[in-house]
Design a protein around this ligand. Structure first.
Ligand code: PMP
Length: 443
């Protein structure tokens, strides 16, 4: 049993001065019980907590740390940028370089506006879609999380799923009333709502491949179906790649889906999504995110257009330096390595749970994967309702067994596991060694 004395002391103090002791709800371990580990430092594939315990990290800061923690190239870029000043409030060179990197990678994106969080990116993309179309309703899918934007919190995944909330208090009925929530992967429901209310709908927003109800990839043809229906009715399609962007491939889920072996290998016959949102990897662990699309749509933003959007720290020179160095490290060989680490760990987890007789489903989206503690429907989980049917208590036992063996999973059954290029054979071995006992603990 590892000592958690220092973490517990810090948590007790945190509970006095921070609501729930945390600055983002899922960190509180409410879904799994126990004391959240206060991390003192992180390097490569490992976290070290304030009690000196070392863990193989499969949270990866919930996505950004694709190169591993404190990667030397990113550290050098950040140190060099910070030495030149922290924030200017004027345009600066790295903003241009980071925007150009993103535009070069994701073919339908001609321009991006940089912001500081994924929430800001989706909030701004939605405002832009409403401004462009002159309509106010938005369609989202149950189990998709797009940050804590008022209009997008209804039936959201991530922490909202972990705490089994339908939505959030504090969201006015007027904001929620413009949100239409549909079941994921159900194109008939989308067609029906557009047939009834198509004239009112500004946009459909979807996670490119959902990772916030666990990993639930779009069924073949689903994204193309969204594209077709939105186009027919003059609504925009917003693809939220905050989690999948630059992680599932160099061009995110879009690259995977439209590439060889993807769900839409010929691209989208009805056109690409109109707007994309990005975050996580593109900030390399610093606050940087973006939304972007065709230049004619982006021209509707201030200062050229009537849709206002701004930010004191947007395009921050240190954050953009971290993002640039991270994206430049995302080479084809990195994606190959992530795939093979994800293959090895996900299949070992599958085996461990099968051997222990624990009902489960393993699902993948590129190197993102998660385990549902349920049999699924025909061996798969395709919607939020199916994801919610899982045995979260079994996940809690599995989670703590892994933690005791020095492997830190995301503390929720509704989250993707994130691997990095720093997960070398020794780190992977430690995960594999921990899995059989965790499988038995879950059973
Ligand atoms: N969209 C998606 C798909 C996400 O996964 C997240 C964060 N988990 C967000 C938006 C919100 O990003 P942030 O937490 O940076 O506001």
């Amino acid at each position: 049993m590892t000592s958690t004395t220092q973490s517990q002391q810090l948590f007790d103090r945190a509970l006095e001065v921070i609501p729930g002791g945390v600055n983002s709800p899922v960190r509180a371990f409410r879904g799994v019980g126990g004391t959240p580990r206060f991390v003192a430092s992180a390097k490569g594939a490992y976290l070290t907590d304030v009690d000196g315990n070392r863990y193989v990290d499969l949270i990866g800061s919930w996505g950004p740390m694709i190169l591993g923690h404190a990667h030397p190239d990113v550290l050098a870029a950040v140190t060099e940028a910070a030495a030149r000043g922290f924030s200017f409030g004027t345009p600066s060179e790295n903003e241009v370089a980071l925007a150009a990197e993103i535009v070069a990678r994701v073919e339908p994106v001609e321009q991006v506006r940089l912001v500081s969080s994924g929430t800001e990116a989706t909030m701004s993309a939605l405002r832009l879609a409403r401004g462009v179309t002159g309509r106010s309703a938005v369609v989202k899918f149950a189990g998709c999380y797009h940050g804590h934007v008022d209009a997008l919190l209804a039936h959201a995944g991530s922490g909202v799923a972990t705490f089994a909330l339908p939505d959030s208090a504090g969201v006015p009925a007027s904001a929620a009333g413009e949100t239409i929530v549909l079941p994921y992967n159900d194109i008939d429901a989308v067609e029906q709502v557009f047939a009834e209310r198509g004239e009112e709908i500004a946009a459909v927003i979807t996670e490119a491949s959902p990772g916030n109800m666990g990993v639930v990839p779009p069924a073949p043809g689903f994204t193309e179906g969204l594209r077709r229906v939105t186009r027919e009715h003059g609504a925009l399609l917003i693809s939220d790649e905050v989690m999948t962007g630059f992680r599932c491939s160099a061009a995110g889920w879009y690259g995977l889906e439209t590439g060889e072996g993807g769900n839409s290998p010929g691209g989208y016959p009805s056109g690409a999504p109109d707007l994309f949102t990005f975050g996580k990897v593109m900030g390399g662990g610093f606050p940087a995110a973006a939304f972007g699309g065709r230049a004619e749509i982006m021209a509707q933003l201030a200062p050229d257009g009537p849709v206002y959007q701004a930010g004191t720290l947007s395009g921050n020179p240190v954050a953009t330096a971290a993002g640039l160095a991270t994206l430049r490290g995302c080479t084809p060989s990195l994606y190959g390595r992530l795939q093979s680490v994800a293959d090895t760990i996900s299949s070992a987890a599958d085996t461990a749970l099968t051997d222990a007789g624990v009902p489960h489903v393993v699902q993948r989206a590129g190197s993102m994967f998660s385990i549902f503690f349920t049999e699924g429907v025909d061996g798969a989980v395709t919607s939020y309702a199916e994801a919610q049917a899982q045995d979260t208590a079994a996940f809690g036992r599995f989670f703590h067994s892994m933690l005791d063996a020095g492997v830190h999973l995301p503390p929720s059954a509704f989250e993707s596991w994130f691997v990095s290029a720093a997960h070398d054979d020794a780190a992977v071995e430690q995960v594999l060694d921990a899995l059989p006992a965790a499988g038995r603990a879950a059973g």
